[in-house]
Design a protein around this ligand. Structure first.
Ligand code: UN1
Length: 497
């Protein structure tokens, strides 16, 4: 059977790329499984999609927000009905295990219902005017056409964090999915279209960063950009957007620390370390990539973690008994392997893993062994740079203050976890850890959609996805003054009497 050919979605219609070129979407667990061919689009396709979005904006912005929200409610219900199918599609294109892809679709469902609720809120402020017979209020206005660049690790959840708040706020969108995972974006938008989303409100253009992402960021009709990906690419996106004074939300890397104090529940911390480090094959920006453990318990903790890592069943995520899937592509495997080399050269010790798995059931996929690196010092590259694979470093600390220093001593600041039974230290950790997210006695992964998501330092540029943070990005404030005095009243000058 030849693979399904997917076209771009522009103005509600499937449209072939002007380039005439396509690329393949391949199952990272089985290279002979081709999920489909997708358009290798170019700047002309971006232009068409942006124009379709600009046209749709004329009517969508005037559709009452509660009506816009009804589309999201219906889409949420449709996603519930299709959850299993969409999760299977996602495991096939991206590799993570079914339990996790079901969670990824669930995150889109949660976002749909949360943002649908916003259709009847989108609160502004009414406030007294300083002048008599004058009324003052602020209202949220849509921004216009929003350009979105999504990553492959949460192929439906992250596009939903971008599309759904943008849509409920009255914007229209052009999204570029990651080349490894376009199908899940098509599935999400299909649910929206089946729920009654008008043509042109959500457009999809597939292809590379240079041919689709860059022209999208540069396009003069695109009024805001939301990007999730590496800090390296984010810097370019941010600089380009800044040149045109475009609001730009960047969500980038992490080097997330889990601190395990000597009084922690050790089994709980081990469960958290295993899930945080090897869930999604370590390919989350929130993944636990450093475990800062008190030296009094470091030996016991490390040997137990190594045993648990070695016992993980690695394989095709479609097999329900598998606990960790493949990495998404060859280049991610190469990155994991090269960081293991770097770590060893710097004097760290690989206690388990450190290499791709290529034999037997692993022969046809991009598998990498769950890896625990010990004797890591805070200055080493393995302790400073994002790997985005199933590789976790163990760093020993001597005290609470030492642990916080080590955790904060990195360029990133997304997620952190603190394991201890001491409530005093837990509250100090909540205050002192430099990160957008801190978990107490829970791993670094597991953000919920109604809270702000994002980080400090090189993780982001101050915006947040999720919760009301998303509304702040996808709307712009307008202050409205209504003078019913029937005379000129000068603010700051007239008394209003
Ligand atoms: C990401 O890692 O890019 O908190 C997003 C979590 C998920 C989202 C992660 N809910 O781990």
């Amino acid at each position: 059977m030849s693979p399904i050919a997917y076209l771009n979605l522009i103005g509600g219609k499937p449209v072939a790329s002007r380039t005439g070129k396509t690329f393949q979407n391949i199952n990272p667990a089985r290279h002979d499984d081709v999920i489909g061919t997708f358009q290798a689009s170019g700047p002309e396709d971006v232009d068409l999609a942006v124009r379709a979005a600009a046209e749709a904006f004329k009517t969508w912005r005037l559709t009452p927000a509660p009506k816009r929200a009804e589309v999201l409610y219906r889409a949420g219900r449709i996603l519930m009905d299709r959850k299993e199918q969409y999760a299977r599609d996602m495991t096939r294109e991206m590799g993570k295990v079914l339990a996790e892809t079901r969670g990824d679709v669930q995150e889109a469902i949660d976002t749909a219902f949360y943002m649908a609720g916003e259709g009847r809120r989108l609160f502004g402020q009414t406030t007294p005017s300083e002048l008599q017979n004058k009324f003052a209020m602020s209202v949220r206005m849509p921004v216009g056409v929003c350009g979105m660049i999504a990553p492959w690790n949460f192929p439906m959840a992250i596009p939903s964090w971008k599309l759904l708040p943008a849509i409920v706020c009255g914007n229209t969108c052009v999204i570029k999915p990651a080349q490894d995972t376009p199908l899940s974006t098509f599935n999400l938008v299909q649910a929206l279209m089946d729920a009654g989303l008008p043509p042109g409100v959500a457009n999809i253009v597939t292809g590379s960063g240079s041919q689709v992402g860059a022209p999208l960021v540069e396009h003069p009709l695109v009024r805001a950009i939301s990007f999730t990906g590496s800090s390296e690419v984010g810097r370019i996106v941010g600089q380009t957007a800044a040149g045109n004074f475009k609001p730009c939300s960047l969500e980038m890397g992490g080097k997330n620390a889990m601190i395990v104090m000597e009084d922690a529940n050790l089994d709980l911390a081990l469960d958290g370390a295993l899930w945080g480090s090897f869930g999604t094959t370590g390919q989350r920006c929130t993944a636990t990539s450093r475990i800062v453990v008190h030296r009094g318990i470091a030996q016991e903790f490390t040997s137990k973690l190594v045993a648990r890592a070695q016992a993980l069943k690695v394989g095709d995520g479609l097999d329900e008994s598998v606990q960790m899937g493949p990495q998404v592509n060859r280049s991610q495997i190469e990155t994991s392997a090269s960081y293991c080399d770097i770590a060893q050269k710097e004097g760290a010790q690989i206690l388990t893993g450190g290499h791709p798995l290529t034999q037997g059931a692993h022969a046809k996929g991009h598998f990498f062994a769950p890896t625990v690196v010990a004797a890591v010092k805070p200055h080493m590259r393995i302790a400073q740079e994002e790997v985005f694979g199933p590789v976790v470093s163990i760093l020993e600390c001597a005290s609470f203050d030492d642990a916080i220093d080590i955790a904060n001593n990195i360029p990133y600041g997304l997620s952190t976890a603190f394991y201890s039974r001491d409530v005093y230290r837990a509250f100090r950790a909540m205050r002192d850890l430099e990160a957008g997210i801190t978990y107490i006695n829970a791993p670094t992964i597991g953000a919920e959609v109604h809270l702000p998501f994002g980080g400090v330092k090189q993780t982001g540029n101050g915006h947040r996805e999720g919760g009301t943070g998303a509304l702040d990005f996808y709307t712009t404030w307008k202050s409205v003054y209504v003078d019913y005095s029937d005379k000129l009243q000068r603010a700051q000058i007239d008394t209003g009497e």
